[in-house]
Ligand binder design. Structure first.
Ligand SMILES: [Mg+2]
Length: 464
């Protein structure tokens, strides 16, 4: 009897130990040992459940992949102990930003993931990403050293970007890499960024470096009074003097920048540089206004008017010396939003031009309400005026439309003296194109302007 009891006890203890061991194994298989957070396996399982639940709702599910910037540096300089400590401080920082049912997981090294189930919109995910970054930004004391932790976040949303947990995580990862290369803080996945992600990513990284290293250059194309041929303004056109690929035109890198937040530093750089060149010419006695092209994305850039005012003040330039050119299609894509920021810019005294006009299906009703000063007629109509009577009719009616709305007109792509004569006959006010000059670097532009002013007489000069 005693023997049986002893045996029974032994078996029971062993099985308890086994059960504890298997629970421990289960825990190890699903949780990260350093932070105690769910690991990738458990995260994927929860994400899959959330996607299934969201299908019934319907709701959205977002995955945020978060990577600590320069973690390796911290590890290398302060040691692994400090690095590990830092990693344990990430979750307590992030938790207050999240809702109760949200999951934080550690995927390994300095990579964390956040699962946001039952989301109302993608905007909520980006606003949470912003708040997570801010929460981590507060310095963490590591061995008495306050360390500000910067994190980069990639976001993907189901069902829009993927309908399985695996794919959703992979796409958030693609967005993360784009955000890292662009140093933009966070990015939302889009099929566009995935299309050629490898070469694009390396070009993005190079572009970021290129801006910092001063590889971007501005070339200027003059815009003249159609009647007097006096120089009125120069349009700044950005080029990238790539160290191995030669001089790249905007079409080769601007679309890439526009899809990321890299467009912001790029736009700032162009405006600052153009105003600096303006100041340079001005100091040499050349008084010429400057035009700068803005991307569609700038129409959503709420900080642009304030920063622009600063840049103008720094250069000592009156706002009227600067014309911002926005393509008609960018403005018409969201005319209400455009009207708000264009209104602010216009009230500052900056001139506004609707660029590539004729290609963007403007509605006359919106056009009347937009605070723009002039229309730049797209080169595709201007350069074919001679051969195509339809194009000539379009140019003529655009000039008439602009006049009735009290807007200025600039014809782009003027390449022949016949085109110039036609534009004069239509009453077009300004002209720009190879007939007068190709885009030139700042110094050459200054020389061209001096030579041009000296080489008058020009038609109608006396009346100007
Ligand atoms: Mg333009």
């Amino acid at each position: 009897m005693l023997l049986w009891a002893t045996l029974f006890n032994l078996v029971a203890t062993a099985s308890r130990r086994l059960r504890r061991q298997s629970e421990e194994n289960r825990r190890l298989a699903l949780y990260d040992s350093l932070t105690g957070l769910p690991n990738r396996t458990l995260f994927l399982d929860r994400a899959e459940q959330a996607i299934l639940a969201a299908k019934r709702q319907p709701a959205e599910v977002a995955v945020l992949i978060l990577d600590i910037d320069r973690f390796k540096e911290i590890n290398d300089t302060l040691g692994h102990g400090a690095g590990d400590f830092l990693l344990t401080q990430v979750e307590p920082r992030m938790r207050p930003v999240l809702r109760e049912g949200d999951t934080i997981a550690r995927f390994g090294a300095d990579e964390f993931a956040v699962l946001l189930p039952q989301l109302d919109s993608t905007d909520t995910a980006t606003s949470i990403a912003r708040r997570l970054r801010r929460a981590l930004d507060q310095p963490i004391l590591v061995e008495d050293l306050p360390l500000a932790v910067e994190a980069t976040v990639g976001i993907a949303v189901a069902p829009e970007h993927a309908d399985s947990a695996e794919l959703l995580v992979r796409r958030a990862d693609v967005a993360l890499h784009v955000a890292k290369a662009a140093k933009s803080g966070f990015e939302v996945y889009s099929p566009k960024i995935d299309a050629h992600s490898k070469p694009r990513l390396s070009l993005l990284g190079e572009l970021r470096r290129g801006i910092a290293d001063g590889e971007l250059v501005l070339h200027y194309q003059p815009q003249l009074d159609a009647v007097t041929c006096r120089l009125q303004r120069v349009e700044a056109l950005v080029r990238w003097a790539h160290p191995t690929r030669g001089l790249l035109l905007p079409a080769e890198f601007l679309p890439l920048a526009e899809q990321t937040r890299l467009i912001r530093p790029l736009t700032r750089w162009v405006i600052e540089r153009a105003l600096r060149d303006w100041r340079l010419w001005r100091d040499q006695g050349l008084d010429v206004a400057v035009g700068v092209n803005l991307s569609a994305r700038s129409l959503g850039d709420e900080e642009l008017p304030t920063e622009l005012a600063l840049l103008l003040a720094e250069a000592g330039a009156p706002p009227g010396t600067l014309t911002l050119e926005l393509t008609e299609s960018a403005v018409m894509a969201d005319p209400f939003r455009a009207a708000s920021i264009l209104g602010r810019l216009s009230r500052m005294g900056v001139r506004l031009a609707l660029d590539d006009f004729g290609t963007g299906y403007s509605s006359l009703a919106y056009l009347k309400r937009l605070p723009v000063d002039e229309l730049k007629i797209d080169r595709s109509f201007v350069s074919h005026m001679g051969a195509d009577t339809d194009d000539a009719a379009i140019v003529r009616s655009t000039v008439e439309l602009a006049r009735s709305l009290r807007l200025g007109t600039v014809a782009e792509g003027v390449e022949t003296s016949e085109a110039l004569a036609t534009l004069r006959a239509f009453g077009c006010e300004s002209v720009q194109g190879f007939l007068f000059a190709r885009p030139l670097p700042a110094v050459e532009m200054g020389e061209w302007a001096r030579h041009h002013a000296a080489s008058a007489p020009l038609v109608g000069e006396a009346t100007a």
